[in-house]
Design a protein around this ligand. Sequence first.
Ligand SMILES: NC(=O)c1ccc[n+]([C@@H]2O[C@H](COP(=O)([O-])OP(=O)(O)OC[C@H]3O[C@@H](n4cnc5c(N)ncnc54)[C@H](OP(=O)(O)O)[C@@H]3O)[C@@H](O)[C@H]2O)c1
Length: 347
Amino acid sequence: MSVKRTVWRIPRAGSLARLARVGESLPDPAPGQARLRVEAIGLNFADILACLGLYSATPSGPFIPGLECAGTIEAVGPGTRLVAGDRVCVLTRFGAYADRLNFDQDYAIPLPAGWSATEAAAWPVQGMTAWYGLVERARVAAGDTVLVQSAAGGVGLQALGILKSVGTKVIATVGREDKRRFLETHYGLSPDSIIVREPRRFKAQLDQALAAVGATGLDVVFDAVLGPYFEPAFGKLNPEGRFVLFGAADFMPAGRRPNYLSLLWQYLRRPRLDPLAMISANQSFIGFNLIWLWDEVGRMPAAIEGLIRYAGGHKPYVGQRLPFDRAPEAMQLLQSGGTVGKVVLEV
Ligand SMILES: NC(=O)c1ccc[n+]([C@@H]2O[C@H](COP(=O)([O-])OP(=O)(O)OC[C@H]3O[C@@H](n4cnc5c(N)ncnc54)[C@H](OP(=O)(O)O)[C@@H]3O)[C@@H](O)[C@H]2O)c1
């Protein structure tokens, strides 16, 4: 027997203005599935890029955005090992902007003890992004000097937690002065290791910060901004250095729909690397998209275990909570680049 639910659905990607709140019915969970009464939904930069049609994995037709949520199971399908009443956070390949949803049991993670649904919904995607990029791919090690771009954002704060437990030196960048103060106050970073990025001065800013942490170059760069900051950071990479690129926030349009001409201009001017120079410099470039791991679900338990181990079980920092019916406003906040930590919708 189906139940009623409310979702935020976009008929086709291309403009945030197309996102609409609609009621619909949800069928019973299929075998291996369970139905979640959603209590909180974690927002990701990718939600906005998907609605704008700028995300490689954007579905072609109508879709419900959202990659993660948390809540209580209220029904299970045949043969499902989960039981009604279990509290879980759930990874979804889109579909999380809903007050109820059916999910595949393999993509559920038990709510960590003592965490609220809001905290749990703020955790898996950004935590696994930081863990996968820094630990699995860049093999970050104690003593490394690591540059973290957008360090006060959702992924950035998770990265800082991991790097603290590994024991690296950290240089953090942010886009605004208030975020520098936040990192000093809440994460104990020294002011001279935090850069408020300026495109024309970024090379000099990096030199100053490197001197402040007692290093001459970077062992790891963890970057999802790209733009004018890429080349100065790449230029500071040590031999054996690893540059991890996992996003391009600099391409984020400011408005509700993309300006394709200006995106094309940015795309044509994107940074280029010389692979031959990387041989003699002994450097590595690593790109990744976590969504690639969607079909590698067998690796998820090890990923969660690794994340818990490296992040020391710390709760994520939730900077903004908005009610479910204000989803477009929450997305605009995240899109503005002014948010700190995680933005969560509460149902
Ligand atoms: N490849 C993957 O698997 C994967 C997975 C998750 C996230 N990501 C990427 O990782 C990045 C962080 O994601 P998140 O969800 O944690 O978001 P977030 O860091 O909380 O928010 C994005 C941040 O990007 C920075 N930014 C730089 N240029 C911007 C612009 N033109 N417009 C708006 N913001 C701009 C802003 O911080 P500052 O100005 O302080 O730098 C902003 O706060 C995003 O680029 C996202 O696409 C990639």
